[in-house]
Design a binder for this molecule. Sequence first.
Ligand SMILES: [Zn+2]
Length: 406
Amino acid sequence: MVNDFNQLFYQDSYQKSFDTVILSAEKYKNKNWLTFEKTCFYPLGGGQPGDQGFIQIIEEVDQNHQNGFVSEHKIKVLDTIWHDGVIWHQVSQLLPIGSRIHGEIDFNRRYDLMQQHSGEHIISGIVNRKYGYKNVGFHINEEETTFDFDGDLSWEEIENLEIEANQAVLENIPIEIYYLNKEEQKKWNFRSKIALDDQVRVVYIPNYDSCACAGTHVHSTAEIGLIKIINRESYKGGVRLTVLCGGRSLKYYQKLQTVLRDSTSLLSANLDTLLMSIERKDEEINNLKEEIHQKNNAMIDLIIENQILNSDNKNIILENNIFNKKELNYVASQMAKKIDGFVALLTKQGEKKYSLYLYSEHHQLKDNISLLEKNLNFKGGGNKNLLQGRVCGKFKDIKTILSEII
Ligand SMILES: [Zn+2]
């Protein structure tokens, strides 16, 4: 975690751009990395992703290198990390050490991350005060934020938590930052996940939370916008919450409304009757499934009977285009019981290609494999009474060859 509190992003978390000089340039694991004399790119840490944005060379125009203009060529800053006390910027292209540059962070993205981070402090502060649970994990990604607590919360408790968190937003409370030395740390009561240094940065939201934190935050709770908890799942004996703040909540509600509008229209329902309509449809589908199942079984039995009647008690060779894999087994065994020969079910797989299910109750089939291989290019295997595999040829020709087996 960054412990140099003189960084630009700590002095002003709303600073979007800056001019500086490149101090080092390195290629590491196929990625390009630069360090600057100063930066307002926040590096990955404390659950908050590293900043993105771009840099541009400041072209020198006079001998004293006093004035310059920014080149039009923008080099992307893809990520920012902190390593061994240095902030590294992953860039799309390396630039010479000593170059003067202008840098701009993607502030819309950063502001969104600040909203999520400040929202996290409010939620974690309330959970800690009301239930005594600690936040043991916090991760913001590009779409949602997850918080892990070392104790469980029911949906009812979560709803109350949302109400209280959003009350903090409505109160428009200034978010204060304090830097505490060892002595001051003893007097303050604040949450902390990290081993404390000589100087600690504490983010203080009066009446709601006080927490050691190296992240960037909005100036006031009102800026966080709506705080919405959209999911809970059991996690390592505690609970993991998925939370959206600000613009993310709005996007979520817009998506939710589109789905609801389409669903209610499809089911001719409204918000109050939607669930009932879905349950009713579900029941209808299950009833229909059962009806189809019964009719299907009756139809299969009729086909079986009909084939047996026409078989003269000998072989049944049938081009199958209705039975699924599970039914093949049933059909073949039912037919085979009533005849002396075998049952061959051929399912078309392509031009002159069939899968073969060959079954007999009374005759060994395994001895016929080489014959089938020779005449029908059979590829497959089986046991005493059953052969399964692929054969090639026209149905008529396959039928002729199979008829010669027994
Ligand atoms: Zn924090």
